[in-house]
Design a protein around this ligand. Structure first.
Ligand SMILES: [Zn+2]
Length: 95
C-alpha cells in the first residue's frame, strides 16, 4: 500500500494547477493516500487515506489545496482510527 514516502508541499493553493510544476504533465483530480513521518527524521510514518488531491498523470506529483492541508493537520491531531503497522487516519468531512 505504501510505495514511497510522499510529502506534498504545503502550498497555499485554492485550485489545482492545470500543469504539473515539476514536469508540466497534466494534473487530474484524484483521491490519494498520504504518508507523513511520525516526527522529523523518523522512519515511521502516519497514513491518511482517501484524501482529495490533484495528481500529475505523468510524474505522480501530488497537489493539495490549502483547505485540505488544514484539514489534514486537524485530522492528525486526533487519535488514529486503526493501527496497521502504521497509525492510519482516513480523510472524511464532518466525521
Ligand atoms: Zn508531473
Amino acid at each position: 500500500m505504501i510505495e514511497a514516502m510522499r510529502f506534498p508541499q504545503p502550498e497555499e493553493r485554492q485550485t489545482y494547477p492545470l500543469d504539473c510544476t515539476v514536469c508540466m504533465g497534466p494534473v487530474i483530480e484524484d483521491v490519494v493516500t498520504l504518508t507523513y513521518p511520525v516526527s522529523r527524521g523518523s522512519t515511521s510514518v502516519r497514513v491518511i487515506t482517501g484524501v482529495p488531491g490533484g495528481t500529475c498523470k505523468q510524474c505522480g506529483e501530488i497537489y493539495l489545496l490549502a483547505e485540505t492541508a488544514e484539514e489534514i493537520d486537524r485530522i492528525l491531531a486526533t487519535p488514529p482510527e486503526r493501527e496497521d503497522k502504521h497509525p492510519v487516519w482516513s480523510y472524511a468531512h464532518g466525521a
